[in-house]
Design a protein around this ligand. Structure first.
Ligand code: ADP
Ligand code: ASP
Ligand code: MG
Length: 470
């Protein structure tokens, strides 16, 4: 069997869902299981519903929910028979009723608890998965909706719960093989799950990719396909650099590094289950299904450059801490990391020299409040408004002169580097620049590392300007 995951833009309306049906129809022999995201933009709207309810503005919450309802009604009307559309409308109204009742409870309390916030976000995938299963039936693909909340088991953490492999596998193995054997295509919502005690959870924003990987690993899929709105993993984010090119093959480790450093095309945890079970993952474009996409596997053929791709993580803040010389470095580091752990801050990159350390963490100027506590360790400079640029490639391991080449390109472009780290895995080289310089840095490096190999015509820069404004 194979797992095919379709993201938000791939199921955003009836036209997109029809395209999904035709892609799935072409894979029937491989026994596909389909995982879908919420219709594009719906999860963001549900965040707004929870926020409006949290301000006790129930009428704004109800209006937003009615917009979400209408999108599903319109898509259903364009694809389903009148009877099927009526059955779907009944399900839709009951779910929107539940979401409205939840919004009313939040409004009465005056704020959403983390569990209520997660619960609100699950309605997008709940609705899209029922709609897509009904659309498949209407379009001639025998299908069956399976409720991911009953099948994917997690711990009870919000907003991003961790899947529990054993109970998830047991439940999936009971529910899914009979459907596949009966020739049906199971359709599940990604992103949503529940804890062992039955509390509804989510896997965190962008988590449908992770759902697909966990389901694929549990059912020993021969391939996991991530269908999205770009033709595979590209050499960088095309919104920042329209000349980004498709990567044919990339290793699990390279792709994981890219995802961890901000390449939104894959949720960072997606590849863990695939690595464990050695399942190849393909990234494909649902808008252009004929294009080859990218294949991610344990080891990938060399590419044209030592670097495979560039990723950027924005909204980074850096703390530079200089401890007095008489403090032992072990004690200093111990205290520093205890303090970060206490505040649930994960260090993105760290540079240490003696009793001085620079730590880049996700966050903005609100983190200034930590300065006073860090000052118990030494002098502290706080620099918000930064970004991490990460260059990834297994071939950079041990190559002499790479760092000076990269930093030469940035220096020639007038870009100041605030911090540098080369991970122990030596498949990535990361550095911190001011966030306002990030897009320029990526464009300069992309041109130097990828475009000089074989130039591609540059596209209009509207997308770039949009990214700069973002
Ligand atoms: P989906 O809704 O299908 O999950 P996402 O929006 O989460 O899609 O991810 C796809 C987007 O990821 C692309 O539209 C692109 O803008 C962005 N992206 C960032 N880095 C890369 C990259 N290296 N390769 C391809 N896409 C990237
Ligand atoms: N719908 C969820 C989100 O927007 C999960 C996903 O699309 O992967 O974050
Ligand atoms: Mg995504």
């Amino acid at each position: 069997m194979i797992v095919m995951k379709f993201g938000g833009t791939s199921v955003q309306d009836a036209v997109a869902i029809r395209r999904v049906a035709s892609i799935v129809a072409g894979r029937r022999k491989e026994q596909p299981l389909v995982v879908v995201s919420a219709m594009g933009g719906v999860t963001d709207k549900l965040v707004q519903v929870a926020e409006a309810a949290g301000r006790s503005d129930l009428s704004a919450a109800v209006e937003l929910l009615s917009g979400i309802r209408q999108r599903h009604v319109d898509a259903a009307a364009a694809m389903l028979t009148p009877d099927a559309a009526r059955a779907f409308a009944a399900e839709l109204d009951s779910r929107i009723g539940e979401a409205t009742a939840l919004a009313a409870r939040i409004a009465a309390q005056g704020s959403a608890s983390p569990a209520q916030h997660s619960h609100m976000l699950t309605f997008g995938e709940l609705l899209s998965s029922v709609l897509v299963a009904a659309a498949f039936e209407a379009l001639g693909i025998p299908s069956a909706h399976a409720d991911a909340r009953q099948l994917v088991v997690t711990d009870a953490r919000h907003p991003a719960a961790t899947p529990l492999a054993n109970p998830t596998r047991a439940r999936l193995l009971e529910a899914i093989p009979p459907l596949l054997e009966a020739g049906r295509v199971p359709v599940l919502g990604g992103f949503i799950a529940s804890s062992e005690s039955g509390e509804v959870t989510t896997l965190g924003r962008g988590g449908s990719d992770y759902s697909a990987a966990i389901i694929g690993a549990s059912l020993e899929a021969s391939r996991i396909e991530i269908w999205t709105d770009v033709s595979g993993i590209l050499t960088t984010d095309p919104r920042m650099c329209p000349t980004a090119r498709r990567i044919e093959e990339i290793s699990f480790h390279e792709a994981t590094e890219l995802a961890c450093f901000g390449a939104k095309v894959l949720h960072p945890a997606t590849l863990l289950p695939a690595i464990e079970h050695n399942i190849p993952v393909a990234v494909l474009n649902s808008h252009k299904p004929q294009e080859a996409g990218t294949i991610i596997r344990a080891s990938a053929a060399k590419g044209p450059s030592a670097f495979r791709a560039i990723a950027v993580k924005r909204k980074i803040a850096v703390f530079n801490i200089h401890a007095p010389r008489n403090v032992g470095s072990l004690r200093f580091l111990d205290d520093l990391f205890s303090l970060l752990r206490w505040h649930h801050l994960q260090s993105e990159i760290v540079a240490i020299s003696g009793a001085s350390a620079s730590v880049a963490v996700e966050g903005g100027s609100e983190l200034v409040k930590l300065t006073a506590e860090l000052e118990t360790l030494g002098n502290v400079d706080f620099e918000p408004g930064m970004a991490i640029v990460c260059l990834v490639g297994e071939d950079i391991r041990g190559r002499v002169g790479i760092a000076s080449e990269i930093f030469g390109v940035l220096a020639a472009g007038g870009i100041n580097i605030r911090m540098i780290a080369q991970g122990a895995s030596e498949i990535s080289l990361s550095f911190v620049v001011e966030e306002k310089d990030a897009v320029h840095a990526v464009q300069l490096l992309h041109r130097h590392l990828f475009e000089q190999l074989a130039p591609t015509p540059s596209h209009p820069s509207a997308a770039v300007q949009k990214a700069v404004r973002a």
